[in-house]
Design a protein around this ligand. Sequence first.
Ligand code: SAH
Ligand code: MG
Length: 196
Amino acid sequence: MNINDEISKLQKYAKENNVPIMLEDGLNFLTNYIKENNIKNILEIGTAIGYSAIKMALIGKDIKVTTIERDEERYIEAKKNIKKFNLEEQITLIHSDAFEVNLNTNFDLIFIDAAKAQNIKFFEKFENNLRENGTIITDNLNFHGLVNIDEKEITSRNVRGIVRKTKAYIEYLKNNSHYQTTFYSVGDGISISIKK
Ligand code: SAH
Ligand code: MG
């Protein structure tokens, strides 16, 4: 199996099926952070088809990823992809709504990449599973560039709602004194929140 070819196939599948996987530069930024900070145990909220989980697991054999996906079709696709890459030992895939999942282990890194309107709720639920000085990373804080434009220009009520909630989440992170948060305009906008 050629890993690069298989990764390209995942990207192609995502594009053809409108699966919102991470942008390539955002993903490189994430994997570099994992390498540089010697992160080993990762919890991901929002697997989709397993693309980002697979990329994180491929960093090294000692990396463990637990990842949660609620959508049945995507879960099935993720399961298949994880098997194809022979990463079943490293990736634990959970088919459930993340709000129904209760884990009793702690992680070095929690990566939030699920329903954008629920970010504060994900953060507050899963910070209980973050180790001392651990990191919470969140994707899509620019929400496809929409966070930075005039709300009046957004015609969809639903999208406007997500943009407002994303802005509220950014404020929440800025004001959360238990964490040191830095915002990066890489990919679709990524935050790194380090627990003090
Ligand atoms: N991290 C993936 C992309 C995830 S897309 C990658 O970059 O490869 C976001 C996913 O989160 C979607 O597949 C959606 O079904 C899932 N999701 C949204 N809300 C969720 C929830 N409450 N629990 C579990 N999964 C959720
Ligand atoms: Mg994303």
